[in-house]
Design a protein around this ligand. Structure first.
Ligand code: FAD
Length: 311
């Protein structure tokens, strides 16, 4: 997709993966990575899980994307349960892996009071810590910065007293140094526009990218809604239940995500972020229907001409 002549960039495209649960899941994740690369996403996000085994799997996948593919990783990082020191080390490891974008999150709180919540109470404090580590590595970053993203909520975060409070929290995250935001999953066609308007009215200026899912199963719809603390879309659930087979369910999920994406783009979304659950078929179906491609790994004119001079 070419640059628009009026100066506005076409919508960006990004995907989200989670690290393989175990060694058996690795080939499937690598296949998905390869398939997603064909859509030339502007970046690929990797979710973070702080348990020791999953943490290493996260860093392995991020490192793989940075070192062995043409894709740009965006590493998620959560501060819950971590000390300032462990987080600083993690940010340093990410910089050393070649990561230049981090999604700064708090993570979900442990359900029992006995488990430590860590040194940093909110995502805002993690942004400040990332900026601090960044300042100590500015030479390695050529004097530049990491892109720091945050979560935004079209529907009230479950711990939050109100939607308006979430917008204030988003503004606080921008003031602490966030560069952009990606939204939680949502179901209503007006939800993204409502958040964008409220955020702009409150003084939030950073890009807010809608996070979308092509749901192809009722089980996932219910589970994800539970995790996000929102009510699952009853109409979508019924359509998925009534579908005759997997292909029909996938079409329903793609239709739903395409509708939300088109509305969000019309409302001013600067890009589309597709949660994949490590299955490329639904997300690539959405991309195809939207006629959207990212711009990363576009072979530059003359790419391939550069070669070492013969001895
Ligand atoms: P915060 O912005 O810190 O907010 C957490 C809660 O505290 C909110 O209710 C907020 O209103 C409230 N709050 C914030 N500041 C204050 C304050 N000063 N005073 C009072 N209340 C305050 N989880 C993972 O474990 N791994 C992931 O990779 C991951 N990726 C995600 C990606 C996206 C795009 C999204 C939307 C969520 C993701 N999550 C992930 C889930 C996320 O960690 C949870 O939603 C978590 O409960 C909140 O994280 P946060 O960064 O929004 O926290």
């Amino acid at each position: 997709m070419s640059e628009h002549v009026n100066g506005t960039a076409p919508p960006a495209l990004s995907f989200e993966l989670y690290p393989p649960r175990d060694q058996r899941a690795v080939p499937g994740v690598l296949e998905t990575v390869g398939a997603l690369a064909d859509a030339r996403p502007d970046y690929v996000a990797v979710t973070y899980n702080g348990t020791p085994e999953r943490r290493e799997a996260t860093l392995d996948l991020v490192g793989h994307l940075a070192a062995a593919t043409r894709l740009r990783p965006l590493a998620h990082l959560t501060c819950v349960g971590e000390t300032r020191g462990s987080l600083a080390l993690l940010v340093e490891r990410l910089i050393a892996l070649g990561v230049r974008g981090v999604l700064a999150l708090r993570g979900d709180l442990p359900t029992d009071r006995a488990t430590s919540r860590g040194d940093l109470p909110f995502a805002r404090h993690l942004i400040e810590l990332i900026r601090d580590v960044e300042s100590r590595h500015s030479a390695a970053l050529c004097g530049g910065r990491l892109a720091v993203g945050v979560a935004a909520y079209p529907q009230r975060h479950p711990e939050s007293p109100s939607f308006e409070h979430d917008v204030e929290v988003l503004l606080a995250k921008e003031r602490s140094g966030a560069d952009f935001a990606i939204t939680q999953v949502y179901f209503g066609e007006g939800d993204y526009g409502h958040l964008l308007q409220a955020a702009r009215a409150a003084g939030v200026t950073i890009p807010i990218v809608p996070g979308l899912i092509a749901f192809d199963s009722v089980r996932r719809l219910v589970r994800l809604s539970e995790l996000a603390g929102i009510a699952p879309d009853a109409g979508l659930a019924h359509r998925l239940e009534d579908a005759g087979d997997e292909a029909a369910r996938r079409r329903i999920g793609i239709d739903h995500a395409v509708r939300l994406a088109n509305t969000a783009i019309a409302d001013g979304a600067p890009g589309i972020h597709l949660y994949t659950f490590n299955d490329h078929r639904g997300p690539l179906g959405v991309v195809d229907r939207l006629g959207l491609t990212g711009r990363f790994a576009d072979p530059a004119p003359g790419y391939g001409r550069l070669s070492a001079a013969p001895a």
